[in-house]
Design a protein. Structure first.
Length: 122
């Protein structure tokens, strides 16, 4: 019982961290779009110094590496549930990925546990 309570709290902290990272993902995508149009500095980063931009880029790349380490099904669930601009319901994701309820929640919890380890939340 205590172990499950700790695991549930770890998953909750992991979800909070994922939600904190969502704006970083958007920032990086905007940066890529600006650069693809030949713009070195966009409206969104005028006030940032080079060190802060580099730090954000490093964090983004570290996060992508962590996500790439997940299994494909785990990654899809995390992206759809927590990282997409419009979060999707568990039921929608289950149906979209053709997963039974027990498999879905097991996969989702495994992904959150793996992320918790990478976020040093264990």
């Amino acid at each position: 019982m205590v172990h499950e309570k700790e695991a549930k709290e770890r998953r909750k902290l992991t979800v909070k961290k994922l939600k904190q990272l969502r704006p970083l993902i958007t920032w990086y995508k905007n940066k890529e779009v600006a650069e693809s149009h030949g713009v070195k500095q966009s409206l969104f980063n005028e006030g940032q110094n080079a060190n802060k931009r580099k730090s954000k880029e490093l964090t983004y790349h570290q996060f992508r590496a962590i996500m790439d380490d997940l299994q494909e099904g785990e990654r899809k669930i995390i992206e759809m549930k927590y990282l997409d601009v419009q979060s999707k319901s568990d039921l929608f994701i289950m149906e979209e990925l053709h997963l039974k309820k027990d498999i879905y929640y097991s996969t989702k919890n495994d992904a959150l546990e793996a992320l918790a380890v990478n976020f040093d939340l264990d």
